[in-house]
Design a protein around this ligand. Structure first.
Ligand code: NDP
Length: 238
């Protein structure tokens, strides 16, 4: 039997976060802290606890990434369950994208709320959970970014607030990589995925993207700190 691994996923109620939780739990060695802002209404996530495909251990923990009090209480809850054992993998997956997000019609509240969830959220989650990650057998922080944050990929004119926020997440990850390369903070681009955010025209099913993301996250080494990598393992231009 391989060494058990411990994971914390943010935004696990639906989409990529839910699929990550599901695929990780297929392994009996995985302990997954699936966090979400409203566990009581996260029916598909709670159902994973009873699913026949679940072999690992699921802990559903409340955490709103825009609320520092909720992040700290989630950390206390997770630390209480781990009892001195660390967190091996933190996946900052929770994110938001406003509708009608163009520069010429930009809405300041959308810009600020997107920045709060997509940049301040991961910053606070990383800061709060670092002591638990330091105790892990493996120290990996995967921040879910987007090719829309890549000037090199050049996706053009839409998704302004969202792109600014993911660009900020990229710089945040770069900064942590400079300060703490031992924690392997890096960026993963899931591709364009059929979820509530990605929409039905997206090219990837959630299970395809997530299978790739899990391979990438498991295989990174400290040399990948600060890198921007897509779900197939290819580098994404900055
Ligand atoms: P969804 O909109 O399907 O899911 C978003 C998830 O984030 C939900 O679980 C939602 O929870 C959660 N969330 C939002 N705000 C908060 C918060 N304040 N605290 C805690 N959880 C929160 O999106 P995806 O699954 O598609 O996206 C996941 C990640 O992947 C995001 O970071 C996104 O930017 C990124 N991404 C997605 C792409 C795609 O094509 N789908 C492409 C590139 C990147 P709740 O149910 O409570 O709202």
């Amino acid at each position: 039997m391989s060494m058990p691994s411990t994971w914390l996923i943010t935004g696990a109620s639906r989409g990529i976060g839910l699929e990550l939780t599901k695929q990780l739990l297929a392994s009996p060695d995985a302990v997954v802290f699936a966090t979400c802002r409203s566990p009581q209404s996260a029916t598909p996530l709670l159902a994973l606890g009873d699913s026949v495909s679940t072999n690992g251990t699921l802990h559903v923990v409340r955490m709103d990434v825009t609320d520092e009090i909720s992040i700290v209480s989630a950390k206390d809850e997770v630390a209480g369950i781990l009892q001195g054992r660390g967190l091996d993998y933190l996946v900052n997956n929770a994110g938001v994208a406003p509708q009608d997000d163009r520069t010429t019609t930009l809405n300041i509240n959308d810009l600020l709320s997107t920045f709060l969830a997509n940049v301040a959220g991961p910053a606070l989650v990383m800061k709060t959970f670092i002591p638990l990650i330091e105790q892990g057998n493996r120290q990996v922080i995967a921040n879910v970014s987007s090719a829309l944050a890549s000037i090199g990929t050049d996706f053009g004119r839409e998704h302004t607030s969202y792109s600014i926020s993911k660009y900020g997440l990229n710089m945040l990850t770069y900064k942590l990589a400079k300060e703490r390369p031992d924690l392997t903070p890096f960026l993963v681009d899931p591709g364009w995925v059929k979820t509530d955010m990605g929409g039905s025209n997206a090219v990837l099913e959630a299970h395809e993207s997530v299978a790739g993301i899990i391979q990438v996250v498991k295989n990174v080494t400290t040399k990948d700190a600060g890198q921007f990598i897509d779900y197939t393992g290819q580098k994404v231009p900055w």
